[in-house]
Design a protein around this ligand. Structure first.
Ligand code: ASP
Length: 353
C-alpha cells in the first residue's frame, strides 16, 4: 500500500489548480519612439537639453506600465521634433499601419517632440488605416528635470490605448491628462506642460485616476493613401507690406501647391492677391488659412484680397484647419493628383459636426 502513496500524492498535486492566480493576458501595446524632450537630458557642458534617452530606457523608468499592458518598443529615430520632416512622418505612418495590422495589437503610443507633434499627429490621422487607438505623447520637462512629465504622460497614453472609452477617437495628442483630437489641437504654450488645447472644439477626454473620461467624439474622418513620394507644397505667412515676392519665389522653386496664411477671417493685401492669381494661373492649387488662433477662414470680405474675393478667384478657403496642417493635407491631395477646386473644397470643409 505504502508503495502506491507517492503515485497517489503526485496525481493529487497534479490536479490541484496552479498556485499562481491565472493572469488575464494583458493587451499588447507598441511604443514607437521618435525623440523629443521626453527623451532628452541636460548636456552638463551647455546646460541645454539634447536627445539622450532610448525608447527602451523610457519604458524602464515606468515599472507600473507592466501592470497595464504587454509593451513592445520600436525605436524609429531619436530627434528633437524641430528636425521632423513629412518624409519621417510618412515612414512613421507606414510602420504604424504595419504594427496595427497584427490582430493581437491593441494600439500604438508614439513618443514625439511637442514642437511639431500637432502636425505629425495630423499626418497620421490622415494616413493610418486602422481604427485602433494611436496616441501621440511627449513631455514639456526633460528627463533631467526635477519633475519630468514624460513618465506619467506615457502611463496615461497606455491607459488610453487600453480603455474601451477611447474607441473611435482616431489619432490623438495626449499630454497632462488631456486628450485632444489630431484635427484641431495646437501647441499654445512654449514651456508650460498644459500646452496642447483644441480651443472651441474641446477635448476628446481626460485621464482621471487611471481611467479615461470621454467628453467628445472624433470631429471627422478623412483618409489618404500613403504616397511613395511627397510633393513640394509650401506654406507661407503674409505680413503688413507683403508685396507677394515670397509667393513668386515659391512658384519659381517649383511649388506644386501653396498654403497662404492670411489675417483675420482669411484676408490678404492686393499685392499678395495678385501673386496668388499668378499661382492659380499656373494651375498651382492655393489654400487660404489664417494666423488667427480659432474661428477659421470664411468668405466674409469681398474687397481685393478678402476671403470672398480669393474664393471667387479660385483659391480654396481652409476652413478651421491651421496652416501647418493644411500644408500636409494639400501635400497628400496633390500626391494623388486629386486637387481640383471642387475636390479640395470637400477636404477643407468649414462646418464639422
Ligand atoms: N523641442 C522639443 C521637441 O519638440 C520640445 C518638446 O518635446 O517638448 O522635440
Amino acid at each position: 500500500m505504502m508503495k502506491l502513496f507517492p503515485v497517489v500524492l503526485l496525481s493529487v498535486l497534479f490536479l490541484l489548480p496552479s498556485a499562481a492566480p491565472a493572469v488575464e493576458k494583458l493587451p499588447l501595446v507598441w511604443i514607437v519612439s521618435t525623440g523629443g524632450t521626453i527623451a532628452e537630458r541636460i548636456n552638463p557642458a551647455t546646460g541645454a537639453a539634447v536627445p539622450a534617452v532610448s525608447g527602451a530606457d523610457l519604458i524602464k523608468a515606468i515599472p507600473d506600465l507592466a501592470k497595464a499592458a504587454r509593451i513592445k518598443v520600436f525605436p524609429l529615430c531619436n530627434i528633437d521634433s524641430s528636425h521632423m520632416t513629412p518624409e519621417i512622418w510618412r515612414k512613421l505612418a507606414l510602420k504604424v499601419n504595419e504594427l496595427l495590422a497584427d490582430p493581437e495589437v491593441k494600439g500604438v503610443v508614439i513618443t514625439h517632440g511637442t514642437d511639431t507633434m500637432a502636425e505629425g499627429a495630423f499626418f497620421l490621422e490622415l494616413t493610418v488605416t486602422s481604427k485602433k487607438p494611436v496616441v501621440f505623447v511627449g513631455a514639456m520637462r526633460n528627463a533631467s528635470d526635477l519633475s519630468p512629465d514624460g513618465p506619467a504622460n506615457i502611463m496615461n497614453a497606455v491607459i488610453q490605448v487600453c480603455s474601451p472609452e477611447s474607441a473611435g477617437w482616431g489619432v490623438t495628442v495626449s499630454l497632462n491628462n488631456y486628450i485632444n483630437s489630431a484635427w484641431y489641437v495646437k501647441k499654445t504654450e512654449s514651456t508650460n506642460p498644459q500646452t496642447f488645447v483644441s480651443g472651441p472644439h474641446g477635448y476628446l477626454g481626460y485621464v482621471l485616476m487611471g481611467k479615461v473620461q470621454r467628453n467628445n467624439d472624433q470631429p471627422r474622418v478623412l483618409k489618404f493613401p500613403i504616397p511613395d513620394k511627397l510633393p513640394r507644397v509650401i506654406p507661407l505667412s503674409t505680413f503688413a507690406g507683403d508685396d507677394g515676392s515670397l509667393i513668386r519665389c515659391a512658384i519659381a522653386e517649383g511649388a506644386k501647391g501653396l498654403v497662404i496664411e492670411g489675417v483675420g477671417s482669411g484676408n490678404v493685401n492686393p499685392d499678395v492677391a495678385g501673386a496668388i492669381k499668378e499661382a492659380l494661373s499656373k494651375k498651382i492649387p492655393v489654400i487660404i488659412t489664417t494666423r488667427v488662433e480659432w474661428g477659421g477662414v470664411v468668405p466674409a470680405y469681398g474687397d481685393v484680397g478678402g476671403g470672398e474675393y480669393l474664393q471667387k478667384m479660385g483659391a480654396v478657403l481652409g476652413g478651421q484647419i491651421d496652416t501647418f496642417k493644411a500644408h500636409l493635407l494639400l501635400m497628400l491631395a496633390v500626391a494623388q493628383n486629386d486637387f481640383s477646386v471642387e475636390k479640395l473644397k470637400t477636404y477643407f470643409v468649414y462646418d464639422i459636426d
